[in-house]
Design a binder for this molecule. Structure first.
Ligand code: M6R
Length: 606
């Protein structure tokens, strides 16, 4: 949430900062700004809206300098506006900030008494004035140590100073921040993605640390202001994944990439020769685990919900699932024999990270299922299972969802086998079915034309419902989430059997209802629930799988059939048409598909 870039170079930096901000736009896009140090003065240009607007402003108001910081914002305190856009500057200091300063009101009172004048409604501006105030009587390191201690809440900061022509400060608590190293220049970025086009040499700051970035060297400090040594990591270069290629949107590209990402993930985990799942170095003995708790947010939470069905069906472990923002505030009974699994595409989601942190503090077994392996969640969990999807840029999560489901399914099979819950014969047969998954996803992607036509009927509706039972219930939640986040249509996912306990009252004549009913053990029951909504006027779009069995209803409005596969794997296939339905509905409504309103890709605030 929000993106930061900083460059200290021996050449002009504005255009490189602009390019990096474009890459970071997926983290927030309600306003943007850059500040540079030019001939001993801090200069800034800011705007409401996208980086394109910022570029236009910069063309009008030239912004020069070899050192600068930039920001894209996702508003927390104060409306999205030019005034509230970052950087925030005094004559002496300019600051970009990701996160929330929880005690900003109190700090502001103190600063106003000291004569500081505030221009914006943001919490960030207190940092500018605090630094300005402390610099009057302290050197730089003491100022930073004292100011950072005064701030409550979470932050990643980039700071430049009028009187320090060769220095950018970075500081981290709660929100991720990385330093990059280049020839004769060094960088600061809120994630490695922003830095990757400039360097593959990176250091991540840990909580409580700050750094001083000069052109030719970087120094790191702990909370007490003591110098520390940090490792430089080498990132893999997969630049092509960051481009849309011939696609109009990242989301369309990411949907189409799914056969490939699933294939890659299967290649990483399945030893085809021995029909084995290669989850090695698991740091615990299986007999020391009796239950599993799965935690995530949004789409990642939906993958946890599906995994619960798999674990319960195939293993004897007790399974609990939780939304990360709830988990962290409940009075959990932490148990040594529970494996806590944290699922996150970005690996930076604040609530998921906080839940993991809580578990680590209680010294229990923690494992993460992530896409970004350099992320905070991956680094701080005791065992990591990457989903190997490559970068996901569209705000709506698609290929990461399938990747999360796949890795959780593999974990379930492996633990089930180790625990003697799954017979060898069944284990091998399930692995063999997995080897066809990529091909089946590819075939299921071919329902393109049908979905495009069907989506016409969704563009002008007031609301919709997505219904499913068993594995298809979490998929219904996911389908509804995709439709609402992209097309701004109210959509509810519901267990099909729960409709008559209230929500049936919402059904109106002509209302489109998506019924997700593959021919699994729940199929007949869901068909009955489908009839109940049809009887009340709903137009049903049925999503099922191909089968020789007749569908015994003539009143279905539309039907999409995905490929046939074993029941466990149907969730992967029935997700595809739902992703496409949301995509095409939003496309026809003319909305910004990769950057839906009010959202951001990586949610690094509570
Ligand atoms: O990076 P994470 O997987 O932790 O993100 C969790 C959610 O914020 C994310 O899945 C969100 O719900 C997506 N926008 C859904 O498409």
């Amino acid at each position: 949430m929000c993106g930061i870039i900083g460059i200290n170079s021996n050449k002009e930096v504005t255009s490189t900062i602009l390019n990096s901000l474009r890459k970071l736009e997926y983290r927030g896009y309600d306003s943007a700004g850059i500040a540079t140090l030019n001939s001993g003065y801090i200069q800034e240009v800011k705007c409401e809206g996208r980086v394109d607007n910022l570029e236009k402003n910069i063309i009008k108001n030239k912004l020069l300098g070899n050192l600068g910081i930039g920001h894209v914002r996702w508003a927390t305190h104060g409306i999205p506006s030019t005034l509230n856009a970052h950087p925030h500057s005094s004559d002496n200091v300019s600051v970009v900030h990701n996160g929330i300063i929880e005690n900003s009101t109190l700090l502001k009172k103190f600063l106003v008494k000291k004569g500081h004048k505030f221009k914006s409604q943001t919490d960030t501006e207190v940092i500018v004035h605090l630094i300005t105030e402390y610099l009057k009587k302290n050197n730089l390191i003491d100022t930073l140590t004292k100011v950072l201690k005064k701030l409550h809440g979470s932050f990643a900061l980039g700071i430049i100073f009028k009187d320090e022509p060769d220095l950018i400060v970075g500081a981290r608590r709660g929100s991720p921040l990385a330093v990059g190293y280049g020839p004769g220049e060094n960088y600061l970025g809120s994630d490695s993605y922003a830095l990757k086009s400039m360097t593959n040499k990176i250091t991540y700051l840990d909580d409580g640390e700050f750094c001083i970035i000069k052109k030719t060297e970087v120094s790191f400090f702990n909370e007490q202001g003591k110098k520390i040594n940090k490792k430089i990591l080498s990132l893999t270069t997969d630049e092509q994944n960051y481009n849309k290629g011939d696609y109009k949107h990242f989301m369309a590209k990411e949907i189409d990439e799914q056969p490939l990402t699933i294939k890659n993930c299967i290649n990483e985990y399945i030893d085809k020769k021995n029909n084995e799942i290669s989850i090695f170095n698991f740091p615990w003995k299986i007999k020391d685990i009796s239950s599993i708790t799965l935690v995530g947010c949004g789409t990642a939470y939906h993958s946890c919900l599906i995994a619960k069905y798999w674990f319960e069906q195939l293993t004897s472990f007790d399974v609990h699932i939780d939304i990360a923002s709830e988990f962290r505030y409940r009075k959990n009974r932490f148990k040594k024999e529970t494996l806590y699994v944290f699922v996150s595409q970005s690996g930076e989601t604040a609530d998921t990270y906080a839940a993991l942190d809580l578990c680590n503090k209680n010294n229990v077994k923690t494992c993460s299922v992530v896409n970004v392996v350099e992320s905070s969640i991956a680094r701080d969990s005791k065992f990591v299972l990457p989903i190997h999807c490559g970068p996901e840029i569209g705000v709506a999560s698609t290929k990461a969802f399938l990747g999360q489901m796949l890795v959780l399914y593999l974990l379930c099979l492996k633990m089930g086998k180790l625990n003697d819950d799954i017979k060898k014969k069944d284990y091998i047969s399930k692995i063999k079915s997995l080897l066809n998954l990529s091909k089946n996803i590819e075939l299921s992607l071919k329902s393109e034309n049908d979905i495009q036509t069907i989506s016409n009927s969704f563009t002008n509706i007031k609301g919709s419902m997505f219904l499913g039972r068993g594995y298809s219930y979490p998929i219904a939640l996911e389908g509804a989430l995709k439709l609402k986040e992209l097309s701004y249509i109210h959509a509810e996912g519901y267990p099909a059997g729960e409709m008559k306990h209230g929500p049936l009252a919402l059904i109106e004549d002509g209302m489109p209802v998506v019924v997700i009913a593959p021919r699994d053990e729940y199929y007949k029951k869901t068909m009955s629930n489908m009839q109940e909504v049809i009887a009340r006027g709903a137009k049903v779009l049925l999503i099922t799988n191909k089968s020789t069995d007749e569908i015994f209803s003539e009143n279905i409005w539309q039907k999409i059939e995905v490929e046939n596969t074993e029941d466990d794997l149907l969730p992967f296939l029935i997700t595809i048409p739902l992703q496409k339905l949301a995509y095409y509905t939003a496309l026809k409504k003319g909305y910004d598909i990769d950057k839906p309103r009010n959202l951001a890709k990586s949610v690094t605030v509570e």
